[in-house]
Design a protein around this ligand. Structure first.
Ligand SMILES: [Zn+2]
Length: 219
């Protein structure tokens, strides 16, 4: 693990390199404010770095991260307003054009949903991960049989992203923007080992490598 002083040295290096070469862009962002194109909803996992994996920088996209990249269902979220407020800010105030829900392989949240979490020892995690009950139910409905727990978890990571996309549409302003075609929703899975992204295709109800989706195709 890195020591805190190394992070501080890291910021110094950042100032001497990135800030020096991008000072005009940063100045303009400070003066004119932000106008990001997308909202990226990702997991807190330290191996998933939204800007690094999309080669984006300051001002390019809003980032919201939580345990498991969950979007609580609008009518079931109780007092939880962290995600809802970010959605309102992104879509209604900044007018982002895309919302990306990005899950990832080897996700600890999904793993925990399929494990026996000590609810007394971890009350907050247990409360947040209650959202996983729907995931387990949906996985049960698909009736899929898996050769190993690993394979089950990889599938659950994908199904969870699909559920979060469905939950996004429970927010009236999101549903309206999607219907008006001013907003697009995307479901991704980031592979932490290969650095590749797969994107959910509603028509075929499956995930495809973005190499098949992006203009120009192959790398
Ligand atoms: Zn995760």
């Amino acid at each position: 693990m890195r020591k805190i002083s190394e992070y501080m040295y890291g910021n110094r290096a950042f100032q001497q390199s990135y800030v020096k070469t991008n000072n005009q862009k940063l100045e303009s962002l400070a003066k004119s404010g932000q106008s990001p194109h997308a909202l990226f909803i990702g997991c807190v996992d330290s191996r998933v770095l939204p800007n690094l994996i999309t080669d984006t920088g300051p001002g390019d996209m809003l980032v919201l991260r939580n345990v498991g990249n969950f979007v609580p269902h609008n009518e079931e979220r109780s007092q939880e307003t962290s995600v809802a407020s970010a959605l309102e800010f992104a879509v209604r105030i900044l007018g982002v054009k895309e919302v990306i829900v990005c899950g990832h392989t080897q996700c600890g949240a999904i793993y925990t949903i399929y494990s026996d979490l000590d609810k007394d020892a971890f009350p907050h995690l247990a409360s947040w991960l209650k959202q996983g009950e729907k995931l387990r139910a949906r996985m049960g409905e698909t009736g899929g049989r898996f050769e190993s727990k690993e394979m089950l978890l990889r599938k659950a990571e994908q199904v969870s992203v699909q559920l979060q996309l469905e939950n996004l549409l429970t927010y009236p302003f999101i549903k309206e923007a999607v219907e008006n075609r001013t907003l697009s929703l995307h479901g991704w899975i980031y592979d932490i080992e290969t650095g590749t992204i797969s994107s959910y295709d509603e028509e075929s109800d499956s995930f495809h490598s973005i190499d098949e989706v992006i203009p120009g195709g192959e790398k």
